[in-house]
Design a protein around this ligand. Structure first.
Ligand code: S3P
Length: 175
């Protein structure tokens, strides 16, 4: 691989950023980092507890500090929380050292994953399908700013999706 950068994964909750990111790291030999895991480690609390005890603004401030920290890495696959894109400064920092790939989730896939996955996610914990779709819609403009985008399908395994991402990056001379 020539021109080495970090690979940054963004996308709405439940798109599979962490699982696909781990596959990408496995194939490339890059280090895998997950910004939510780093937040949990530095705060010594689960995401839900940070939200309920300290509020979203506090969480977003920690997230922004973590964005700056991980942007200093090299040869890393960086899986981000679904709200990382909301602050321009985060994406500017991550985009300087990395190529940003958005994982696009469809309403069909959301429908299949929502019940199982919403309890750990404070932003959608009490939402029904329509409210989740509204949230997705309100964020699309942020997700659409990424360098590349790939639609997540249930018919493809995380490994296959990771391989597809690498194909796109190679084709475009990113790696
Ligand atoms: C959030 C997404 C979560 C986590 C937090 C907030 C969001 O990450 O950072 O619950 O606002 O979209 P995942 O996308 O990994 O679920």
């Amino acid at each position: 691989m020539g021109n080495i950068k970090n690979i940054v994964l963004t996308g709405f909750m439940m798109a599979g950023k962490s699982v696909i990111g781990k596959e990408l790291a496995d194939i490339t030999g890059f280090e895998f980092v997950d910004t939510d895991d780093m937040i949990i480690q530095t705060e010594k609390k689960q995401i839900g507890d940070i939200f309920s005890e300290k509020g979203e603004e506090y969480f977003r401030n920690v997230e922004s500090r973590i964005a700056l920290e991980v942007a200093r890495k090299q040869n890393a696959v960086i899986s981000t929380g679904g709200g990382m894109v909301l602050r321009k400064q985060n994406m500017e920092a991550l985009g300087k050292t990395g190529v940003v790939v958005n994982l696009k989730i469809t309403p069909e896939v959301i429908k299949k994953r929502l019940d199982k996955e919403k309890s750990t996610r404070p932003v959608i914990k009490n939402s029904d399908m329509n409210e989740v779709l509204e949230k997705l819609k309100s964020r699309e403009c942020f997700y659409n700013k990424c360098d590349y985008s790939i639609t997540v399908s249930d018919k493809k395994s995380p490994r296959e999706l990771a391989e597809e991402i690498l194909e796109i990056l190679k084709r475009n001379g990113e790696i």
